[in-house]
Design a protein around this ligand. Structure first.
Ligand code: F6R
Length: 634
């Protein structure tokens, strides 16, 4: 929708929404390049304020490309980074110093003396003077011409956490717990995340001549809405940006998804009522008025700016019936299609009666967590179900778990060989288990951890009753770095994916549809699938293959997005729980817990029960739980 059409936008900062973070990152890199070139033409230094974290990686990548392919020089560029963890050694894996060099500085022609990154190695008594000198250095360089920013879920910019003042300058700050939780995956556990950081202040940032803030993914959507639409408050330091004369937000569609003009455009202006928007608006109205669909009246629609939607359909009655039927048709107990039934209004085809199904699971437990009930139904209804675990999931296994298995293997081997010295075969792995957990996980340990996850996955599959030969471990190479940071997708990854699809020739493919997660493994696994399908599209078996996406992460599709809803009985939900329990290394305190302290089976059940509840509130039958899918159309 075109921004000019809006009578009044509740956003208080200029905002540009892009189809993807890649496109947006390119636009930011272009703006940076423009500023650098303008300054170079005037023979001036260009002073850039830089950020770290996952958000600006695409911008740095594009700047490197502009340097290599389009002659962009950084000779006249002076940089000041926003922040650094404290305490932190320069070369440490998680240090922003290392991040900046690996992601950017090592690949361009910037002079090392022009690079400034807050020093996390200082003694605590030196910090104050050091921070003052950082401010002086920025001023002496002529002030920041352009500052780029990410935003934390606390609303921090730099590491200016809630409570930071508008005039604050570079200083040592205590990190918010939510920020530390978000950083935990990079540090292999919350306990290793530093408690403090050195950060430029809000005042330092606001002094920049131009500011660009970028945010990707739905995880940022609610803090972005608050920052852009709510009043200025020190509880959301990014809201101070509303006072800056030249600040622009660059967002992808997911990060922008909570903005009023996107989420509820009917509250802001007239809308083009297509099928998707109409469904979304009606579901929203039901939630707003706490009424089921069939009880909505003309008055309800008029009160919330949807009078024209009703006019389009004749009356509230007509509109209600139309949408009620549409949503009712998403519910089916037959995920593989109902044999011998009229399928014109069902989500899946009736034929072939027995389908070959290929479930892709990014990690070795997403299949049962996200679609365990549907998986079970597909097996029980006689389909040939295959599961392909895309990655080994090895880095999510704790060292103590790996040690337990390595010692067991050694001792058992030693027992079988009557206590001879053969047990020493395992000593290498055991020695490795004393490696420094800050660093890359060694191959031997990854092997053990990967095997642990394989054992759990096959245990869950056997519990659901599928033969061992229908369980496939793809171990995609992009994942095998031994660190949180993964490699880019390569030909080998795609080849493994095309091979398995060719082997199974599925009528149905299920995959984690987390396109909104710009940096996660799920998104990479989905891209690998889409690339593989693209390569295979001319093969005849592909005409018959439908792709269903489940939401792999902890969110669920909203009701208006769901195209197939599979209800689960209490018994099925219990079986799903047991299958999730088979993944023992992911129980009782896991390596990547995130901010949610619930066990995985609890999160899965809460999510499926909530979906059932939402359907019920709209006026549909009351189910114990519901799993949800969207069809991916090429
Ligand atoms: C990084 C910084 C932080 C991040 C923010 C978002 O230098 O100052 O404010 O920009 O925490 O991090 P990501 O981009 O990883 O979501």
């Amino acid at each position: 929708m075109n921004k000019e059409n809006f009578k009044e936008l509740p956003e208080r900062i200029d905002t540009r929404v892009f189809r993807s973070s890649n496109i947006a990152s390119k636009a930011i890199a272009d703006r940076i390049a423009q500023v650098i070139r303008e300054k170079a033409r005037k023979n001036r230094k260009c002073v850039l304020g830089l950020a770290t974290g996952s958000s600006p990686k695409g911008v740095y990548k594009e700047l490197i490309r502009l340097h290599n392919e389009e002659g962009l020089s950084f000779k006249n560029v002076v940089t000041f980074n926003l922040d650094e963890y404290y305490p932190m050694k320069d070369g440490t894996l998680q240090s922003y110093w290392r991040f900046m060099h690996e992601q950017f500085f090592d690949h361009i022609d910037i002079s090392p003396e022009n690079i400034h990154i807050p020093n996390g190695t200082l003694g605590i008594d030196e910090a104050r003077a050091y921070c003052d000198s950082y401010e002086t250095a920025i001023q002496e360089a002529g002030g920041l011409d352009l500052q780029i920013l990410g935003i934390g879920r606390t609303g921090h910019i730099g590491f200016n956490e809630p409570g930071s003042g508008a005039n604050s300058l570079t200083r040592l700050i205590t990190l918010d717990n939510l920020t530390r939780i978000d950083a935990a995956k990079d540090f292999f556990g919350l306990e290793h995340v530093p408690k403090k950081a050195i950060t430029m202040g809000v005042g330092t940032i606001l002094n920049a001549k131009e500011i660009i803030l970028m945010a990707w993914g739905e995880g940022k959507a609610s803090i972005i809405r608050e920052t852009l639409e709510d009043h200025i408050t020190d509880q959301v330091p990014a809201t101070y940006l509303q006072t800056h004369a030249n600040c622009t937000f660059y967002l992808d569609e997911e990060a922008a998804s909570e903005l009023t003009r996107i989420k509820t455009p009917w509250l802001v202006d007239r809308c083009e009522w297509d099928a998707t928007l109409s469904k979304r608006a009606v579901v929203w109205l039901c939630q707003k008025t706490s009424k089921p669909i069939l009880k909505l009246t003309d008055r309800d629609y008029n009160d919330y700016g949807m009078g024209d939607l009703v006019s389009k359909h004749g009356s509230a009655y007509e509109l209600n019936i139309h949408l009620f039927n549409q949503i009712q048709n998403t519910i089916t107990g037959w995920p593989g299609g109902k044999p011998n039934a009229d399928d014109s209004r069902r989500p899946e085809r009736a034929k072939p009666e027995k389908k070959r199904v290929l479930i892709f699971s990014p990690h070795p437990d997403d299949d049962v967590i996200s679609m365990g009930g549907t998986f079970l139904r597909l097996v029980d209804q006689g389909h040939e179900v295959h599961v392909a675990y895309q990655t080994s999931g090895n880095i999510a296994v704790a060292d103590h778990e790996a040690l337990r298995f390595a010692e067991f293997a050694r001792d058992y081997h030693s027992y079988l060989s009557n206590g001879s010295a053969q047990g020493e075969l395992y000593d290498k792995a055991l020695e490795q288990l004393t490696y420094d957990s800050d660093d890359v996980t060694p191959l031997e340990i990854r092997k053990i951890k990967g095997l642990i996850r394989r054992g759990e996955a096959i245990g869950a599959c056997r519990y659901f009753g599928i033969p061992d030969q229908q369980v496939h471990y793809l171990d995609l190479p992009f994942y095998e770095t031994g660190k949180v940071e993964k490699n880019p997708l390569g030909h080998d990854d795609i080849k493994i994916m095309t091979d398995i699809i060719r082997e199974v020739k599925p009528h149905q493919v299920y995959a984690a549809g987390d396109l909104a997660d710009p940096h996660g493994t799920h998104e990479v696994c989905l891209r690998a699938l889409l690339k593989a399908l693209e390569e295979l599209k001319s093969e005849s078996f592909m005409n018959d293959g439908w792709v269903w996406l489940y939401r792999g992460a902890w969110h669920e599709y909203s009701i208006d997005e769901i195209e197939m809803a599979i209800p689960l009985s209490p018994d099925e939900l219990m079986k799903k729980r047991i299958a999730i329990w088979r993944h023992q290394s992911q129980k009782d305190g896991v390596v990547f817990q995130g901010q949610d302290s619930r066990e995985f089976w609890q999160r899965a059940e809460d999510r499926n029960k909530e979906t059932a509840e939402l359907y019920n509130q709209l006026g549909f039958a009351e189910y114990e739980a519901i799993e949800a899918f969207r069809r991916y159309k090429f």
